[in-house]
Design a protein around this ligand. Structure first.
Ligand code: ATP
Ligand code: MG
Ligand code: FE
Length: 333
């Protein structure tokens, strides 16, 4: 079963051909990073325009690299949400047009289900499986007891962790996109700056990062008022430590409480070197299998959408031609 998958929810125009939900025949990602860099963030209008300009070419390239034609395909899949509405619509319309013209079934996929299913491209799962989703717009603990069922255990009450990374990076004067830059800088510093760790109520699997973000800003500001300056690499290391402490600890607690057989860390921030190392250390001796996708499958791509679409295909879960882009699409299915 070969599925052509399309992803345009944010600032990557991506298409992939995935066999049986696990084998990557092609995975094309066109990043718009350079266009958004001078604005210091993703500009929705600019994103939609770029998607519209390149979607056809990216889809053709995915087929070409997979050495496949439309007649080899079993379905066309696309991210239907969440994401930027104008960006989503470009992918949804391209997928609908293709499915209609070639007489193929259409499959709408949830972007976060995609991030989670990215781990399927690497190895089989054991249930119950626990996913820590850490991305630009989401920070959640999701329990999967059986294939395609997602149970939300906890989520951020304010900023997503990727958002906090990007904002703190900007405060430190780092170039966009801030997450990877802050990660690099943190490696050279000491976590010597006193910053809070947001545990919230006992037993809660929710997260909060806006207090930490404000604490970084206040700490820098107060030092400047005294005519002092914290070393940016130490601020970065301290911020990263606070984030990683709470993410690893809450994931471990949830894994134990749910008797998870495996834990996954997914989404753009799963590319963070400190988080990857801390998770490995935490789960190494616990007997719980840990899966973190390789870097190029952590950030947005269409291979993960093809992996998630295969589950829908197996269940006969197809979308109709009135499929729409839904910016706030919920994960529960
Ligand atoms: P969502 O998936 O929630 O819809 P998104 O698709 O915009 O949001 P992703 O592409 O999954 O988000 O992830 C992008 C985020 O990951 C950005 O906030 C970016 O700064 C962050 N990120 C990427 N690499 C790293 C890293 N090495 N360390 C920390 N953050 C990182
Ligand atoms: Mg992106
Ligand atoms: Fe994403």
């Amino acid at each position: 079963i070969d599925i052509l998958a399309v992803e345009t929810s944010c600032d990557e125009t991506a298409a992939a051909v995935i066999r049986n939900g696990t084998e990557i025949l092609s995975n094309v990602v066109l990043s718009q990073m350079k266009s958004h860099k001078r604005f210091g963030g993703v500009v929705p209008e600019v994103a939609s325009r770029h998607h519209a300009e390149s979607i056809t070419q990216v889809m053709e390239q995915a087929l070409e690299e997979a050495d496949s034609t439309f007649s080899d395909l079993s379905a066309v899949a696309v991210t239907e949400g969440p994401g930027l509405v104008g960006a989503l619509l470009v992918g949804v319309n391209a997928a609908k047009a293709t499915a209609y013209a070639k007489g193929l079934p259409l499959i709408g996929v949830h972007h976060i289900a995609g991030h989670i299913q990215a781990t399927r491209l690497e190895a089989e799962w054991e249930y119950p499986a626990l996913a820590l989703v850490v991305s630009g717009g989401h920070t959640e603990l999701v329990l999967i007891r059986e294939e395609g069922q997602y149970e939300l255990l906890g989520q951020t009450r304010d900023d997503a962790v990727g958002e906090a990374y990007d904002k703190v990076a900007r405060t430190l004067g780092l170039p966009y996109p801030g997450g990877p830059e802050l990660d690099k800088l943190a490696k050279t510093g000491d976590p010597s700056v006193p910053l809070p760790v947001a545990w919230l109520e006992e037993g809660s699997y929710d997260f909060s990062f806006s207090g930490l973000k404000s604490a970084v800003m206040n700490t820098l500001h107060n030092a400047r008022q005294r005519g002092e300056e914290w070393a940016p690499e130490d601020v970065a290391a301290s911020f990263q430590q606070s984030v990683i402490t709470v993410l690893t600890e809450k994931t471990a607690r949830a894994a134990a409480a749910c008797e998870a057989k495996q834990v996954m860390v997914v989404g753009g921030v799963a590319a963070n070197s400190g988080l990857r190392a801390a998770m490995k250390e935490k789960f190494e001796e616990s007997g719980v299998k840990l899966q973190i996708p390789p870097l190029h499958l952590c950030t947005d791509n269409a291979a993960m959408i093809g992996a998630a679409a295969y589950i829908n295909w197996k269940k006969g879960n197809f979308s109709s031609m009135d499929l729409n882009g839904v910016p706030g699409l919920p994960l529960h299915m």
